[in-house]
Design a protein around this ligand. Structure first.
Ligand code: AMP
Ligand code: MG
Length: 339
């Protein structure tokens, strides 16, 4: 299959391009598009065939449910069996935006979307291209990140093509995404709200609005192994082994250089430089929002440069860094942690 690359302005997307992409979706095809988080791989959420193709294109395990993107609260409510006060409050405050709400599903939602579970994850994206697309098709769009399963999420159309060219009909190229990390996923289907995945909306803002503490999902508690769908431990990972380093990273990188052809180092703070030809040192921003927006792009660059090993300085252990910490930890899962 030929994958068509179509350029659109990120702020005022070209109507003709959106109309064409919407037509591809209505025929059951797949379109990758920019959101404010990362590029998503969209298909009609209520079309079983399209959803099956999303799983096939990504090589995604059937146990990992997909987030459904909608145009507004009304469209979200058509998919869920309950709409608690907390959902209304959160949606009014954070939608359109990178907050995903997990709620009891209605029967219209195909089993594949929810990985056979009794809940569905919904959000209204704030990127103009994503919004224009759901408005144009006038139907919910299932869209996981537009990467092969277990690989790095894409923040540019080129990243999408690298992994999915020939497997999907179209990519809407709106330039690099600004958020750079996935949405925050909050489960509202139980008695107390529970964080399933930290993301671009900080947990403290959710807690402040709800006026109650949010529980941490199983995977987020220390040392616990994945139990529920969508909480696979190794995820969001570069194809190159990544080690998360708590302090003394300078020495660790030096040692790595003795055996590795090319080491990529995501350095933080005033890391001393290492004068060796086989190290790429990338000084990462010490602001968590800026760090998040650059993380995947930096890892993609290092993959392309042929890095054989990546070392990342552990960011400060502060709430604002929760989402970045989570992605680095998961990228490093399976590698032995450096001390
Ligand atoms: P992705 O869009 O690739 O970032 O992945 C979507 C993620 O959303 C999954 O890995 C889950 O963590 C979460 N998710 C989607 N639907 C549900 C659901 N029904 N219940 C719990 N988590 C969900
Ligand atoms: Mg993903």
């Amino acid at each position: 299959m030929h994958t068509e690359l179509v350029s659109v302005g990120p702020d005022a997307p070209d109507e003709a391009a959106i109309t064409r992409a919407a037509a591809v979706l209505r025929r059951g095809g797949l379109v990758a598009f920019a959101t404010e988080t990362v590029y998503g791989l969209g298909g009609l959420a209520l079309d079983r065939g399209a959803v099956a193709r999303i799983f096939a294109a990504k090589g995604r395990p059937a146990t990992n449910p997909i987030i459904v993107h909608v145009a507004d609260i009304a469209m979200a409510r058509e998919l869920v069996a309950e709409w608690p006060a907390a959902a209304q409050q959160l949606a009014q405050r954070f939608w359109p935006g990178p907050l995903t709400l997990v709620l009891p599903r209605r029967d219209v939602v195909p089993d594949a979307v929810t990985a056979g579970g009794s809940t569905v994850a919904v959000r209204v994206p704030s990127h103009e291209v994503a919004l224009a697309l759901v408005r144009a098709v006038r139907a919910p769009i299932a869209a996981p990140s537009a990467n092969r399963s277990q690989r790095l999420s894409p923040t540019t159309a080129q990243h999408v093509l690298k992994q999915l060219a020939g497997r999907i009909e179209m990519v809407l190229d709106a330039g690099p995404t600004t958020g750079g990390l996935e949405s925050t996923v909050l489960d509202l289907s139980q008695e107390s709200p529970m964080l399933l995945r930290p993301g671009l909306v900080p947990l403290c803002e959710i807690e402040a609005l709800l006026g109650e503490p949010v529980l941490l999902g199983p995977r987020l508690r220390d040392g616990e192994v994945a139990r529920s769908p969508g909480q696979h431990q190794r995820h969001y990972a570069p194809s190159v082994p990544l080690t998360l380093c708590q302090g003394q990273s300078h020495e660790f990188v030096e040692r790595k250089c003795e055996t590795e052809p090319l080491v990529g180092w995501l350095a933080l703070g005033s890391a001393a430089s290492i004068n060796r030809p086989n190290v790429r040192t990338i000084m990462m921003p010490d602001d968590p929002v800026e760090y998040a927006s650059l993380l995947y792009a930096t890892l993609h660059d290092l993959e392309e440069a042929g890095a054989t090993s990546i070392v990342a300085d552990a960011p400060p252990d502060l709430p604002a860094w929760q989402a970045v910490h989570d992605r680095l930890r998961r990228a490093a899962a399976g590698e032995s942690a450096a001390r």
